[in-house]
Design a protein around this ligand. Structure first.
Ligand code: NAD
Length: 462
């Protein structure tokens, strides 16, 4: 039995970041992970592998759509699916080994196995029980399917199976037009699959700013994705080599059927804490099985904290990372803090979509006086050279104070561009502060400045 200041259960972005920060702050730290590699869902079966496939399939799309226009002639590349999966696995391996290296460098012990908490102050891994002054639950989330729909990860798949299909399907049905559905749907569309997305609501990515969401759907349709909106999937029947999806259209209550070689169920994720014994220990949960925490990530049991997807808030790796660092600081006696008003969210399609802060719909609902400064990438020279003029930057600022309240970008590298606005918001900046900041030319970032200018006297290039 070993004794630790902190044992973190789970090595996803929340857990491993927390463990490293705890060790850096002088706490004797271990991290429990039952998977063969560190990094959790994000590195092994989520963010990182999906980005590898998005990158590879985007290159193919570029070759097919744009190479000839630039004078790059010749046959478009063909897809070697086995090699593409091997490339993806290599990227995973490099990243997971990187975490192992960081654990060694920072003297974080990896306790291999699935952990449970038999009593406060104790963590059981395999047959060993370790003592811990503080325990951090960072056990993440798992895909939540539709009632009655059985995932076999071959024909009816979750995001996990979608990252390792035996072959590229001819026809794919995606249930749910959320982030996972649209990212993976984009991958397979670019690789040649016919992709139909069935969504319950009338808007894709429902929490997104509506103007962005509409433009996003338009661009995805242009890329060949088909959408069935306002349709509630009732069931999925698995046949020998394909599956049949039954859905009900809300507009006329009619029942419809579609079939495909592969059905991706991307209807959300739920908090995961199976086998921890958290409930027996007295850790309070919401009625949806989410671990309840206070403002300092403390659960209802003394010395037990929780962070990331298993608590409330957006299920985002970077939100979990921030909580991981903040809870480490809290345990070390510092003032850990997360600004939940400035958490960006990104969809890594092409174009990318990124947002931070309030949407126009939210500001309207709150009766807040605001102004919207918008700039199209059509007016950005760099975007034109990249065939990426099909999007815009929208900055929302308080009508009187000009303080930035939110920003929404659809366009090239939106996921990177959003961060200058995040920093500005952290500093309580006005749109004018961004507008008066010199931006290098020619960059995509100029579109951000132009949107900020649009909140004032107007942009130059539109
Ligand atoms: P989601 O909640 O983003 O979207 C699920 C969609 O499915 C919703 O639009 C919902 O209306 C629809 N839906 C639910 N039941 C349905 C039914 N019976 N018929 C038709 N449509 C139905 O869920 P997700 O895309 O599975 O993602 C899960 C979580 O993972 C999210 O919190 C997401 O933020 C996170 N994630 C983030 C990223 C990223 O940041 N790039 C990538 C992957 C996942």
């Amino acid at each position: 039995m070993a004794s630790y200041d902190v044992i973190v259960i789970g090595s996803g972005p929340g857990g491993y970041v927390c463990a490293i920060r705890c060790a850096q702050l002088g706490l004797k730290t271990a991290c429990v992970e039952g998977r063969e590699t560190l990094g959790g869902t994000c590195l092994n079966i989520g963010c990182i592998p999906s980005k590898a496939l998005l990158h590879a399939s985007h290159q193919l799309h570029e070759a097919e759509e744009n190479f000839a226009k630039m004078g790059l002639k010749g046959k478009s590349p063909s897809v070697d699916w086995t090699q593409m999966l091997a490339y993806k696995d290599d990227v995973i391996g490099q990243n997971t080994k990187g975490i192992e290296f960081l654990f060694k460098k920072n003297k974080v012990d990896w306790l291999k196995g699935w952990g449970s908490i038999p009593e406060a102050g104790k963590v059981k891994v395999g047959d060993e029980v370790h003592e811990a002054k503080n325990i951090v639950i960072a056990t993440g989330s798992e895909p939540s399917s539709i009632p009655g729909v059985e995932i076999d990860e071959e024909i009816v798949v979750s995001s996990t199976g979608a990252l390792a299909l035996g072959k590229i399907p001819k026809k794919m049905i995606v249930i749910g037009a959320g982030v996972i559905g649209l990212e993976m749907g984009s991958v397979y569309r670019r690789l040649g699959s016919e992709v139909t997305v069935i969504e319950y609501l009338d808007q894709i990515t429902p929490t997104m700013d509506v103007e962005v969401s509409k433009q996003f759907q338009k661009l995805l349709k242009k890329q060949g994705l088909e959408f069935v909106m306002g349709a509630a999937v009732q069931g999925v029947e698995k046949l020998k080599t394909k599956a049949k999806v039954t859905y009900k259209l809300k507009k006329d209550d009619s029942e419809q059927v579609l079939d495909a070689d592969v059905v991706l169920v991307a209807t959300g994720r739920r908090a995961f804490h199976d086998g921890l014994g958290a409930q027996d220990l007295g850790v309070e949960m919401t009625d949806r099985g989410v671990i309840k925490t206070d403002a300092h990530w403390k659960t209802s049991v003394d010395g037990v904290y929780a962070i990331g997807d298993c608590i409330s808030g957006p299920m985002l790796a970077h939100k979990a990372e921030d909580e991981g660092m903040a809870v480490a600081e809290t345990i070390a006696g510092q003032k850990g803090h997360v600004n939940y008003d400035v958490i960006p969210s990104v969809i890594y399609t092409w174009p990318e979509v990124a947002s931070v802060g309030a949407t126009e719909e939210l500001l309207k609902k709150d009766g807040r006086a605001y102004k919207a400064g918008k700039f199209s990438f059509m007016g950005n020279g760099r975007a034109k050279a990249y065939f990426a003029g099909d999007g815009f930057v929208k900055i929302l600022a308080d009508k009187d104070s000009d303080r930035i309240l939110g920003a929404h970008i659809i366009g090239p590298y939106a996921g990177d561009l959003i961060h200058e606005i995040c920093v500005a918001m952290e500093f309580g900046a006005a749109a004018e502060d961004l507008a008066r900041t010199c931006h290098a030319h020619p960059t995509f970032s100029e579109a951000v400045r132009e949107a900020a200018l649009a909140c004032g006297d107007g942009p130059i290039h539109s």
